[in-house]
Design a protein around this ligand. Structure first.
Ligand SMILES: [Zn+2]
Length: 423
């Protein structure tokens, strides 16, 4: 360990309880989409107390609605804003964005939780609550990395910007606003829960609705009608086949399972309104995974073609084809080359702090990474404490040890990436 690494480790120990308490107070402010205000104020105060220059960036759909990556989550009141904490330096080194979202997903039935989802309680070295892992702990790890660097007397050459954003879970309006307003850097770390794996590649996800029209009639003469449910069956099978075929076509590295990179899921089916009526209509909604490197349009075309093909084979569907519509969230895939210095430097810092080999991974879920890589042309990587499998679930938690390690890795990363001196 170098001298500064030892110094960071001891500073983190000094702040151990303070870091936990701050994560707890952030969890205790429920920040569902459109309710991010109180937690943003908490973050803003903390950043100011660390002598960072704080900006409030209003998130108004007026400024982003023409952008091709815009997803409307239905909330654009005047009260919604991102918080930026700027550590301005001499600007001669590489600059860095540390990005995290404060919005959380709904809790689900509270009886599935052992305690209130907003308890922030600590048990057996874990902090519990909605948003613990996804991703208040990650964001706060980034904030404290800056804090301990400042306390250690380090002055980076490059600028560091902490971005505490809203609206990630519902489409990314927060990060998109920052991008449209021109906030940029030489690299970005998004502190999502990756179990501290280094994830520069993510699949995308597109949501769709299929409507099948049949012909309703009385069940007693069901042969006179056309059941929309029966007509959906071959369409569903074609979708399952498409998922398999697509995984044969795409060779993707860095995923744990190369046959589970871009799943296609049918999530809802609605059909029929009476047991003794042949159902005349069916609507099914689902999610189509997008492979890294594949455009959203290419992915859409494959599903459209598969449905056209199967419809052409059916005597009813060829004249009354299924109607496919793209609805709600449209998340492209995103990618930073694994040999990029951002990935290499983070890998080296992770390994020197944890004394373990870093895992390089692609992830199957959507995140703000795509906005950085595809639109702002900022190389970006997901990296942070917490296991994504506990995210969005009851009894969500984050391991305290992982939070502290993340603070240390990020602090070391800033030294390597931005360059600078100790005073
Ligand atoms: Zn998240």
């Amino acid at each position: 360990m170098t001298e500064f690494q030892t110094k960071f480790a001891s500073l983190i120990k000094n702040h151990h309880n303070e870091i936990i308490e701050f994560i707890q107070s952030a969890i205790r402010l429920p920040s569902l989409a459109n309710n991010e205000g109180p937690v943003q104020e908490l973050i803003a105060k903390k950043l100011s107390s660390f002598d960072l220059h704080v900006d409030h960036v209003p998130v108004h759909f007026e400024t982003i609605k023409e952008h091709p990556a815009f997803c409307d989550d239905g909330f654009s009141p005047d009260s919604r804003y991102n918080i930026l904490g700027n550590w301005q330096n001499n600007g001669n080194g590489k600059s860095l964005i540390l990005n995290g979202h404060v919005d959380v997903v709904p809790t689900g039935p509270e009886e599935n939780w052992s305690e209130s989802p907003w308890s922030g309680s600590v048990k057996k070295n874990k902090i519990y609550g909605r948003g613990a892992c996804d991703m208040k702990a990650g964001l706060i790890a980034g904030i404290y990395a800056v804090k301990i660097l400042k306390e250690s007397g380090f002055k980076p050459n490059g600028n560091v910007q902490i971005q505490s954003v809203v609206g990630e879970e519902s489409g990314g309006c927060g990060t998109l606003t920052n991008i449209v307003k021109g906030y940029t850097a030489d690299g970005a770390i998004i502190l999502e829960p990756t179990s501290m794996s280094i994830c520069p590649i993510q699949s995308g996800a597109l949501t769709f609705r299929i409507t099948i029209n049949g012909r309703a009639t009385h069940a007693a003469t069901r042969w006179e009608g056309i059941s929309a449910i029966e007509k959906f069956e071959p369409v569903h099978q074609a979708i399952l086949d498409l998922e398999k075929d697509r995984h044969k076509l795409f060779r993707v590295n860095y995923y744990e399972n190369t046959d589970r990179v871009a799943p296609i899921n049918i999530g809802t089916i609605h059909s029929g309104d009476w047991h003794s009526t042949v159902p005349g209509k069916l609507t099914a909604e689902g999610r189509l995974g997008v492979f890294p490197g594949e455009s959203a349009e290419e992915a859409r075309n494959t599903l459209e073609d598969a449905i056209k093909k199967i419809a052409a084979k059916d005597s009813w569907l060829k004249n009354s084809p299924p109607v496919l519509k793209w609805i709600d969230g449209q998340y492209e895939s995103g990618k930073t080359p694994v040999e990029h210095p951002l990935v290499k430097t983070l890998t080296a810092c992770h390994e020197s702090v944890s004394h373990k080999r870093a895992k390089l991974k692609g992830v199957t879920y959507g995140s703000d990474l795509r906005l950085f890589t595809n639109y702002a042309k900022i190389p970006a990587v997901l990296y942070g404490p917490g296991d994504v499998r506990t995210a969005h679930s009851a009894n969500e938690y984050v391991q305290i040890q992982d939070v502290m390690k993340s603070v240390e890795v990020i602090a070391n990363f800033i030294v390597q990436w931005c360059g600078g001196q100790f005073e």
